[in-house]
Design a protein around this ligand. Sequence first.
Ligand SMILES: Cc1cc2nc3c(=O)[nH]c(=O)nc-3n(C[C@H](O)[C@H](O)[C@H](O)COP(=O)(O)O)c2cc1C
Length: 222
Amino acid sequence: MKKRGKYAILEKIYRKKNFCAKGGRSMKKVLFVDCCIRREASRSKELAEYFIQKLEETGAYEIERLCLMDENLSYFSDGFFLQREALLAEGKFDHPRFRYAHRFAAADKIVIAAPFWDLSFPALLKVYIENLCVDGITFHSDETGLHGLCKADHMVFLTARGGIYTDSPMEQGARYLEQMAAFFGIAKFDCVAAEGLDIGAWPVVELMEQAKEKAAEVAKAF
Ligand SMILES: Cc1cc2nc3c(=O)[nH]c(=O)nc-3n(C[C@H](O)[C@H](O)[C@H](O)COP(=O)(O)O)c2cc1C
């Protein structure tokens, strides 16, 4: 093989794996966790897709999508809980059930999208988080306490709310996720919310535009 051809192939593989198309900058891996139950009808999804598009335009991010509605996630009960305890006691961290935790721990950035439901978010997202919390993968415990093990430095949560809840103590979704980010060792957290969508006092299109403006700002500083 000619030298040029050989290098061209190597470069292609290298770029595909880790590097941007131009300039050889390292691409950041973004894990996009989609819990927008209403899928294409969801305004949380519309907002999140806008945010992802802003990231893609920079050419600096590789987006890995995880659609929770397409996963067969189980909550902990009976055998499923006991299996986890047995695997952890044996140090079997390579078991397939821990794949969500490994993927989350390895990402450079985390994006989560979910609607505001019952003052927080859908139970499916909580089930996912339950599966993420693995001592030895996403966090570590010792006599000094709990320490996050995740690589990511920033988590962004995008959500659509029927009412207006920013700064209200009744809002328990973003609040909880911010603390979970800290628990996982993720230093920065931002929430972008489209609010008041079901009140009927303001045009939904305008409320969505305002939220998208904020999403674009957060994407710039991601
Ligand atoms: C099951 C369910 C629970 C909801 N709970 C709340 C709530 O507690 N407070 C609120 O302001 N809106 C609530 N809403 C309204 C949604 O937050 C609002 O319609 C939002 O746009 C839904 O996001 P989506 O378009 O991404 O599905 C709820 C909607 C559903 C379907």
